[in-house]
Design a protein around this ligand. Structure first.
Ligand code: ADP
Ligand code: MG
Length: 139
């Protein structure tokens, strides 16, 4: 099933993610795709808010690949594959125990060489100006 949302500001994108966060359970994986500036990191900030993690801590983990945020309803694992051409989630040093207990959000998921079973797909497209079309697809 695919749900589609159109947002007109970063705040609205965060609100979509905040609402989605309430549906998530331990082990959830979200695969975010979309160009630079589409709003993937903004979406992850909304997830953090919805999970009760301080969103101010959430930055583009461009140089670190993986950030872990604890203290919310579920821990949040934030992965950014921007610097990699191709990647496999099994090879990037994820704390698998934490990932199983929490929510994993992957930016630039189009760079994954293998699909992730059971993952939610979040595709964000720039529709001009501040408009973004967000498609949330579950299996
Ligand atoms: P990405 O992680 O996909 O590269 P970011 O979330 O870092 O993108 O940046 C998105 C940029 O677009 C921010 O500067 C944000 O303020 C701006 N923006 C404008 N409109 C929106 C919107 N509707 N949703 C999300 N971000 C938006
Ligand atoms: Mg980003």
């Amino acid at each position: 099933m695919t749900r589609q949302f159109t947002t007109h500001s970063e705040d609205e994108t965060r609100a979509v993610a905040r609402a989605l966060a309430t549906e998530l359970t331990a082990g959830a994986v979200l695969l975010l795709s979309g160009d630079l500036g589409a709003g993937k990191t903004a979406f992850v900030r909304g997830l953090a808010e919805g999970l009760g993690v301080d969103p101010g801590d959430v930055t583009s983990p461009t140089f670190t690949l993986v950030h872990e945020y604890r203290g919310g309803r579920l821990p949040l694992v934030h992965v950014d594959l921007y610097r990699l051409d191709r990647a496999d989630l099994d090879d990037i040093g994820l704390d698998t125990e934490l990932a199983e207990q929490g929510v994993t959000a992957v930016e630039w998921a189009e760079r994954l060489s293998r699909p992730v079973r059971g993952a939610l797909k979040i595709a964000i497209a720039d529709a001009g100006g501040d408009r973004r079309v967000i498609e949330v697809t579950d299996h």
